[in-house]
Design a protein around this ligand. Structure first.
Ligand SMILES: [Zn+2]
Ligand SMILES: [Zn+2]
Length: 271
């Protein structure tokens, strides 16, 4: 069975030092069939973040690597657009004018008066429980609105806020009160024929994002399109949790997963 990692980064992303060629070599060594470079293209403060040049640099590298490794590794041109809701016209123009294989949509910053900074930097430990739940509610609302309104192929790391609340700050956050909005998001993805990413980057820490319960709900609503992404920022993380993610999908009743090429879903059936 083909193993595809549709969420990796390269040194085009400001938080990644890995050379594209090293990511490719590591992918081949790990036995992967393909990877997608999905560098950070920020919708918030896109000029300061050099969103345009990150996108162009990443696409150029993907093209170069695709030809260099032709026959041994499929290298796809992708992008991870976050905070699309902050600059929808600009981001949509970028997406429309770029021949991408896969477009990820994600939320790293929340439109909230509490703290609109990256959720990786929010001091959740200083919050009251009410504030924590309020911030989480705003996060899931932004994710839902992104799913409803934006142009993308795959919704990335649906439950990312848990990485910081549970992982970094060791705080408890029960998702039960957010399940109606999560269910709505899953149903929107299904009706718009967008994929859900199964993100393995924290599977040994806080678990998969999203977890088995949410995957099973998505499946029960008729969801089929799932991609697998490790969020590798380092060559050694290129296949981190992919086999475990495949097993989890099987356990949750899926018979396949997907990658994207020319923005079209490509099915990989489980054997
Ligand atoms: Zn992300
Ligand atoms: Zn990412």
């Amino acid at each position: 069975m083909k193993l595809f990692n549709t969420h990796t980064h390269t040194n085009n992303s400001v938080d990644c030092k890995a050379l594209p060629i090293d990511m490719c070599k590591s992918a081949i060594n790990a036995g992967l069939s393909g990877i997608a470079f999905c560098d950070h293209c920020h919708g918030g403060n896109y000029i300061t973040h050099r969103t345009y040049s990150v996108l162009k640099g990443s696409m150029q590298d993907a093209k170069l690597m695709a030809s260099q490794f032709e026959g041994s590794l499929e290298v796809l041109a992708g992008a991870e657009f976050d905070e699309i809701l902050w600059s929808p016209e600009y981001i949509n123009r970028l997406i429309e004018s770029s021949p991408l294989d896969i477009v990820l949509a994600s939320v790293h910053r929340v439109r909230t008066n509490l703290d609109p900074n990256y959720i990786s930097r929010v001091n959740f430990s200083a919050y009251t429980n009410t504030q924590l739940r309020e911030h989480a509610k705003s996060y899931f609302e932004d994710v839902l609105e992104t799913a409803e309104k934006c142009d993308f192929d795959v919704l990335s790391h649906l439950t990312l806020i848990l990485r910081y609340v549970r992982g970094s700050h060791k705080l408890d956050l029960d998702l039960a009160e957010f399940m109606p909005i999560i269910d709505k998001t899953l149903k929107v993805l299904i009706s718009r024929e967008k994929a859900l990413e199964l993100n393995s980057s924290e599977f040994e820490n806080i678990g998969f994002m999203p977890d088995a319960e949410i995957l099973k709900r998505y499946r029960s609503f008729g969801g089929e399109l799932v991609t697998i992404g490790t969020v590798a920022h380092k060559p050694k993380r290129i296949d981190y949790g992919i086999c475990e993610a495949v097993q989890l999908l099987k356990d949750c009743g899926f018979d396949s997963y997907y990658y994207y090429k020319n923005r079209q879903p490509q099915k990989i059936s489980f054997e």
